[in-house]
Every structure is written in structure tokens, then in C-alpha cells.
Design a protein around this ligand. Sequence first.
Ligand SMILES: Nc1ncnc2c1ncn2[C@@H]1O[C@H](COP(=O)(O)OP(=O)(O)OP(=O)(O)O)[C@@H](O)[C@H]1O
Length: 374
Amino acid sequence: MEWTRGRILGRGSTATVCAATYHNSNETIAVKSAELHRSEFLQREAKILSSLNSPYVIGYRGSETKTESNGVVTYNILMEYAPYGTLTEAAAKNGGRLEEAQVVKYTRQILRGLEHVHSEGVAHCDVKGSNVVVAEKGEAKIADFGCAKRVDTELDSPVMGTPAFMAPEVARGEKQGRESDIWAVGCTVIEMVTGSPPWTEGDERDDPVSVLYRVGYSGETPELPSLLTEEAKDFLEKCLKREAEERWTATQLLNHPFLLTKPDIETVFVSGFVSSSPTSVTDQTFWRSVEEEVEQEEEETEELQEYSRDLDRLNLWACHLEKIGRLRCVGGLDGPRWDMEGEDWITVRVSCEGTMISGSHEELIIGENVFGGL
Ligand SMILES: Nc1ncnc2c1ncn2[C@@H]1O[C@H](COP(=O)(O)OP(=O)(O)OP(=O)(O)O)[C@@H](O)[C@H]1O
């Protein structure tokens, strides 16, 4: 079906997500795009997303390649449009954290989504507030299956995800499966309740390697927010067991008193949080074209590469790389690229003696036994 691309909704390490409009129906959809030659992960994501069907997983509408007006060939995943942003944004707009009733409702919906994903033999591998979007009726839907894997056939593939949400076995580069998603649900609840993921207080906020080391080897579990009820704390303890096998499943957690005893609330959207759902995305006053975006990206990349030469941070990161061991690459950029967009850790893709790291401060792909040399 013909569609026209509209404004950018979000930009991640591997792709850009735009709103778009179907010509025939005028329906708004979301389109996740990457240049075709860099779309390996997006194509994997399309394959996995197309096999899922749950009210709590973002809806798949197809995928296709397209030649843009500037001649660039893109690979695109067409998805259901979620007009109310991510849970991380929802917390930020609500003064940094969500009310307990909202946390309960969203947690229930995330777990229903995961129950389905897990029953299909898939692990999401990057559950966090910024990968859960709020859809038309205010319901939470799991999105961004860019790190997802089939647990039966891909158990030994490199671990991926976001350090602050990684389970101990993932941080150690050992394995990543359904149980690791459950740990990440616990971290996401902490994020919704406090406004920040665990392990990100103090200096560690800027140091994903320290976070990985602490998660993987310290024997600690994340600090539970003191304001939580005993029921909520007990729920988190069931998610945050250091031994993967001891963690509860999504189905068991859905029957935990923390979620069972409270009715679903109507979503109350905080003023300014509800972005109006556009009827047409072709209003160019608000919607920037892809060409403009690509140009801007190229400019930013050049500027940032220039800037990075002046920074000693590359050396610092190289030290971390030595510490952390072998890190794998996706994306294949030719040199270092610093992305200063995020407010927290720095996105880095850097070549280091034949091994590369990609993704971001937030998202890493890690080879086996990352701390093996320590
Ligand atoms: N279906 C959707 N409807 C509305 N907005 C969306 C949708 N999917 C994604 N987004 C927005 O786009 C952002 C980036 O999407 P996504 O996380 O899938 O991309 P990514 O490249 O994998 O990002 P990252 O590297 O951060 O994981 C999201 O954080 C969200 O703000």
C-alpha cells in the first residue's frame, strides 16, 4: 500500500522511526527505516515481529524496500502507530515517575505482551521503558524487537541490550533468554517508579562498563525503592533473582498479588503528554522530510567526528574495551562516531584492534565471556 513519510518520532542506534500516512485510508502508521545496506538487524526484527500477534506487542503491518526521492534505498518496517510516546517519556512528563496504579497497569500489560512473546519462543532482549510505547487506547505495547532472538535456535548468539537493564548472566555474556527479559521487567518497574533505571546513580551513570561489571559480578541486586509497598517489593524480588532459573515466569508474575489485587485504571494523560494524533503527516510545517534528516545526520556525524578527535574519551573507552574483552560490531562505521544526543551515556561505535563495538552507551552487543580476561 502507498504511504507518505512524515515527522520523525524517534531515532535509535540502528534506525529512524517516522510517522507516515497510508494514501488510501489516511491512517497513520509508524515506519522504522534504515538504509538497505545497513538493515540486517531491521530485517531480523521484521521477521520476528511478523511472527507475533498480541494486543500488547506493537502491531506489524509489513515491510518493504523503497527508493527515496534522493535515491537512497531504504528498508522499512510498517507498524501500528502509538501516539503517546514511550513509558520513559510518560514518566518524565509526569514529574519523573509514574503513580503506582499506572505502574501496575503498564507492568501487567508488558507481562501479557511478554507472555505471548515467550510462548512463541522469542526473547525480546531489550525490555526497558523506552522500548514500551503507549498506544491509541492508552495501553502499553512492547516495541523495538531489534535485539530479539529465537531462544531455541539462537541461544548461543551474542548477548545484546542495555547495560542497566541486563541480567547478571547477560552482563557476563553467558546467555540471554526469557528469564533475562523478566529481570529487565524488574528494572523497568524501578524505572517507572523512580524515573531512573537501576545502577545509574553517581558516577556509574556515565560508565556502562562499571554497570556491567557490577551487575555481572558484584552479587548485588538493584536497590528497591523505599517508597514501594511490601507487595511491590516482593514482586520485584521475584523478577530480580540473580539466578536466572529462580526468576518467576511472565505467567507466574501476572498472578502475583501486586498485579492481581488492583483493577486496571483508566489512563489519565498528563497535559502536554498526549501528542495529538495527526490525520495527515504531510503537513510540512511540522513534518520534516527524510532527505532533510539524512542531510542533518551527515552534518552531525562530521561535526561529531571532528569533535571526537579533540577528546581523550576515545582512549578512555579503549581502556574500557580492554577491560571488557571482546565486543562485537554491527553497523560497520568506518571510524569513531560520537553521538552526544542522549542525555545519559554516550553512543559509541569504535574500531579497536579488529574488534568493534556498536550501538550505544545504552545498547551493547557483547561477545562471549566479556570479562573472561579479568
Ligand atoms: N510504533 C511506534 N509508534 C510511535 N512511536 C514509535 C513507534 N516505534 C518506535 N517509536 C519511537 O521511535 C523511537 C525509536 O524506536 P526503536 O526503539 O524501535 O528504534 P531503535 O533504532 O531500535 O532505537 P534504540 O537504538 O534506542 O533501541 C522509540 O523510542 C519511540 O519514541
